[in-house]
Design a protein around this ligand. Structure first.
Ligand code: HPA
Length: 295
């Protein structure tokens, strides 16, 4: 059997990658000014969010130098500069996933570029399958922590100092203050908001019954195929992360039931209004926080 070679970047590849990041950064700073300190990655099925905000400018990923374009149904590949409750925000509709087969440096490229543009807060959203009987399809879960089961890490390889520490701390990868704000907003608006840990798997297949049992045992509440690489890079770059999973299916309520991508996309849409309301309140509150912290 041929051994699997894990691709990590050496110094020359990193130099080429930094040139890509710089081209991408330069393009975006020419298109959007001032560049907002908040961004959101809208996961599968949440593309419709753009209809709910005041979009100032939309740019297809294909126009942004080196931005990775997802091959997955339900991922648009668009960057929107928008105003949400008087707060300017970048919304990325679509992301590249580990299972699409390219190096993780591609998956995290947009986060690195936004980091170089001065991003302070990143909202990562995803569709996820529940492993916990108290977290059910249609729920939103605030991610408190994650378990990286992708067996890959976007920080492996040469790591220039400007990207942040070589050995980043990950004791609070989903910022406590941001989580508290989300919980307060949820309470005010009567939106049930669950909390729990996200297991990030490479995919693309859904889990076997034995895997579901294993994931529950090791402390995961939900499972998905994204978010973890972006979160790691954001933490390295000192960007605070809020993670929100919308639950599209449950492995806990109906063990062994069939999961399909169509079901995931369809159910993700059901969460739409609750999600928009939560984000609406969050954006209102985040403006106050940024003013207080002088961001
Ligand atoms: N497993 C992995 N990823 C997912 C799932 C799931 O059940 N649902 C949505 N994304």
């Amino acid at each position: 059997m041929t051994p699997i070679r894990r691709k990590k970047m050496n110094k020359q590849e990193t130099a080429a990658y930094r040139i890509k990041l710089e081209e991408s950064r330069r393009f975006l700073s020419g298109e959007i000014a001032p560049f907002p300190p908040i961004a959101m990655v809208a996961g599968s099925g949440l593309g419709g969010i753009l209809d709910k905000v005041r979009v100032i400018k939309k740019i297809d990923f294909s126009r942004i130098p080196f931005f990775p374009i997802s091959s997955v149904k339900g991922h648009k590949g668009q960057l929107a500069f928008a105003s949400w409750n008087k707060q300017n925000i970048i919304i990325l509709s679509g992301r590249k996933h580990c299972y699409e087969g390219q190096p993780l440096s591609q998956v995290v490229l947009p986060v690195r570029v936004l980091g170089l543009l001065g991003l302070k807060i990143l909202i990562l959203t995803n569709a996820a399958g529940s492993l916990n009987p108290y977290i059910i399809p249609g729920d939103i879960m605030c991610i408190t922590d994650h378990i990286n089961l992708m067996f890959r890490n976007p920080l492996i390889g040469f790591s220039p100092e400007e990207w942040g520490p070589r050995f980043p701390d990950m004791s609070d990868p989903y910022d406590k203050t941001l989580r508290e704000i989300a919980l307060e907003v949820a309470l005010e608006r009567n939106i049930p908001l669950k909390q729990g840990a996200y297991a990030g798997l490479p995919g693309p297949n859904y889990e076997t019954r034995a895997e579901v049992s294993f994931l529950g045992t090791i402390g995961a509440d939900v499972v998905g195929m994204s978010t973890v690489p972006e979160n790691i890079v954001a933490n390295q770059m000192g960007i605070r992360v809020l993670g929100l999973s919308y639950i599209s299916n449950s492995h806990a309520l109906k063990p062994g039931s069939i999961t399909s991508h169509e079901e995931v996309i369809q159910n993700a849409k059901l969460v739409g209004d609750k999600f928009i309301s939560l984000m609406d309140g969050f954006m209102e509150r985040i403006g106050d926080l940024m003013m207080k912290e002088n961001v």
